[in-house]
Write a protein that binds this ligand. Structure first.
Ligand SMILES: Cc1cc2nc3c(=O)[nH]c(=O)nc-3n(C[C@H](O)[C@H](O)[C@H](O)COP(=O)(O)O)c2cc1C
Length: 200
């Protein structure tokens, strides 16, 4: 299933088509496809080119490892994310090259995540990010050092159908995607003053 954005102004097809499904097809993702996703993440911009991202990955090619990562998600995410063929967790490096706190690390990890998501869309896959992860459990299971911090989980794969999902999730899968209008978040001159351009 696809759920393209109902845009008010033209945007690139890949951005319009990217969305966060909960239903995934029972189809594996080939290793070269995964490498293209990480390559897209690799070329994301980052503060001082520090590239403060890491990704932990688990695929259904290795069921035991996959189950381990499923258990790092909150229950509400486990229900649907366990159907995806690939799970990942992004991890941010807290410190910069000089061992000072990197205030932009999470921002940069987010940019890498979006690059990966857009590349996934171009390859016919979809990515569903999750804040609902268990960071302490992830840290322990994967022996993540204190210098690094789990950020989000990702479920990804080829699109499935809403019929695969339990009732409540099926409804959420088919409701239209919505966004605030541009006029609510683009200001000019002072805080809260909507730009005339944004009203167009
Ligand atoms: C950082 C982040 C955390 C998210 N956490 C969850 C989550 O834990 N569970 C979930 O079902 N969806 C989660 N989502 C998906 C969002 O709900 C989704 O992106 C948003 O509703 C917009 O829908 P769209 O991506 O289909 O356009 C998360 C998305 C992001 C970017």
């Amino acid at each position: 299933m696809e759920k393209p954005a109902d845009t008010r102004h033209p945007i690139h097809d890949l951005l319009a088509r990217r969305w966060s499904p909960r239903a995934f097809a029972d189809r594996p993702v080939a290793p070269d496809v995964l490498r293209s996703l990480w390559e897209a993440a690799r070329w994301a911009p980052s503060s001082a080119n520090q590239q403060p991202w890491n990704f932990l990955v688990a695929t259904k090619y290795d069921p035991q490892e996959f189950c381990r990562m499923v258990e790092c998600l909150v229950e509400g995410n486990q229900v649907w994310a366990r159907q995806a063929p690939v799970l990942m967790v992004s991890v941010a490096a807290r410190l910069d090259r000089d061992n000072d706190p990197n205030a932009h690390a999470w921002y940069d990890v987010g940019q890498a995540a979006m690059s990966l998501s857009v590349q996934a869309t171009a390859l016919g896959l979809f990515v569903h990010q999750m804040a609902g992860i268990l960071p302490d459990k992830i840290r322990e299971l994967y022996q993540i050092p204190a210098s690094h911090e789990p950020v989000t989980g990702f479920a990804l794969g080829y699109p499935g159908t809403p019929e695969q999902l339990p009732d409540k999730l099926r409804q959420r899968e088919i409701v239209p995607r919505t966004r605030k209008p541009i006029g609510e978040f683009v200001f000019t001159g002072r805080w809260g003053q909507v730009s005339e351009i944004a009203k167009g």
